[in-house]
Ligand binder design. Structure first.
Ligand SMILES: [Zn+2]
Length: 426
């Protein structure tokens, strides 16, 4: 089985290399924007969009023309890759996966990519790598790169430079370990597993929010582009970087722990884009509970659920497992014991009490169990014979065909829940 994996390191460039990298990133941005402007102009004149090959021909002209001769100082492959990125942006737009390509701004994801492994040399023993027109660059060698190098992306973030090394290697087909589990994602608890485990949220943004606000206010008082403005801006960027690093660390730790211990993970289809839409509404139809929803939106975006699901997906695949996405309707209102669906089942935010059979439990745990049973149903519908393979593990089938915890069944009749299995690991 082929495994594609990326490794990211911080670069330790010299001053000269930093200046060059800034110039190269700027050249790539220039080429991208120039090509986008050209495509837009062609569209307005009713002409056909130029393909990648046509754009590359133009790129050669630009590099040779006296107006933009400085483009020739940058390596040609990364410039071509910028055109390729534009092509992909257009394709994503036409396939309705993304909005129309936008012009790039300075300082906004400054990066460039070397696509040809033959031009790259990676010297891991000496913690350095060779890139065309940059020479040997030192990097913080925190772990070994496995596999053959396919391409390298250089990027800048908050004043630091990074390389992302894409690799490919042959690995043994993995054998899935562990059982099936459902996960409910929420605000009060980041993730609740159907076996009762839960992870407290990090809320890295909230913790840094007041510091960030103060730094942003200080920035707004400075004269734009002055030295003090630059210092204040760097401070804002540092806080942003802190937040994103803390969040990334948090998400990776949880997704690794879950994918190590489970073969199949069921999650809700969150449609975060819909959930995080503005609640303000329009002038004709003003939104309701605007403030409360704005708070919820901030929390949703802060949690990084989408990124979490993405990580779970590939990490499970690496270990031979897979992610099952189920429709989210009524997972928090359905009773896992009798199947009764009612909004009254959920009287408070964190408590579930069935009005039909009296079953009581933590609301997030109920959601996770419902997600699990839906995931199992979906697997059965798709004809994936996982029931036999996994029935001996963490979860068991109740007499009415719902997948619930064994310790719940042992206490059947009383329907008491939340035994000692529930614990906070975060
Ligand atoms: Zn019930």
């Amino acid at each position: 089985m082929q495994r594609f994996q990326a490794y990211r390191y911080e670069l330790m460039p010299t001053g000269e290399q930093q200046r060059k990298m800034r110039r190269f990133a700027g050249s790539c941005r220039f080429v991208y924007n120039k090509a986008l402007a050209l495509q837009k102009a062609r569209y307005e004149q009713g002409e056909k969009k130029l393909g990648y090959a046509g754009l590359c021909k133009l790129l050669t002209e630009w590099r040779n023309s006296s107006d933009t001769a400085w483009l020739a100082d940058a390596p040609v492959h990364p410039l071509q890759q910028a055109l390729k990125d534009l092509e992909r942006a257009y394709n994503n737009f036409f396939a309705k996966r993304a909005s129309f390509p936008r012009f790039k701004r300075k300082g906004q994801s400054d990066s460039f990519r070397y696509p040809d492994p033959k031009q790259i040399k990676l010297d891991q023993a000496n913690s350095r790598l060779f890139l065309p027109k940059l020479g040997w660059l030192r990097y913080r060698n925190s772990r070994e790169v496995l596999g053959a190098v396919k391409n390298i992306t250089v990027s800048q973030s908050c004043g630091k430079w990074f390389v992302s090394i894409q690799t490919e290697r042959e690995v043994e087909p993995p054998i899935p370990q562990g059982g099936v589990v459902g996960i409910d994602m929420g605000i009060a608890r980041f993730a609740t597993l159907s076996d009762g485990t839960f992870y407290a949220p990090l809320n890295s943004f909230k913790r840094h929010e007041s510091r960030l606000r103060k730094a942003q206010q200080a920035l707004s008082r400075k004269v734009k582009f002055s030295n003090n403005w630059k210092k204040a801006k760097a401070r804002v960027q540092r806080i942003h970087a802190r937040i994103s690093h803390a969040r990334r660390d948090f998400l990776h730790k949880i997704s690794t722990a879950i994918s190590k211990n489970h073969a199949v993970v069921c999650v809700e289809d969150l449609q975060i884009r819909n959930m995080s839409k503005s609640a303000a509404g329009t002038t004709e139809q003003p939104g309701r509970n605007v403030r409360a929803k704005a708070g919820l939106n901030k929390s949703i975006l802060d949690q990084g659920w989408f990124e979490f699901c993405r990580q779970l997906d590939y990490k499970l695949a690496w270990r031979g497992g897979w992610l099952v996405v189920v429709p989210p309707q009524n997972t928090s209102r359905t009773c896992p014991c009798c199947g009764h669906v009612s909004a009254d089942n959920r009287q408070t935010q964190d408590r579930f009490a069935c009005v039909e059979c009296g079953f009581e439990a933590n609301a997030d745990l109920v959601g996770a169990i419902n997600i699990l049973s839906r995931g199992m149903q979906k697997l059965r519908d798709e004809g994936r014979d996982t029931l036999d393979a996994f029935s001996g593990t963490a979860q068991a089938v109740s007499p009415d065909g719902l997948w619930i915890e064994p310790h719940w069944r042992s206490e059947a009749g009383t329907h008491r829940s939340e035994s000692g299995a529930a614990q906070c690991r975060a």
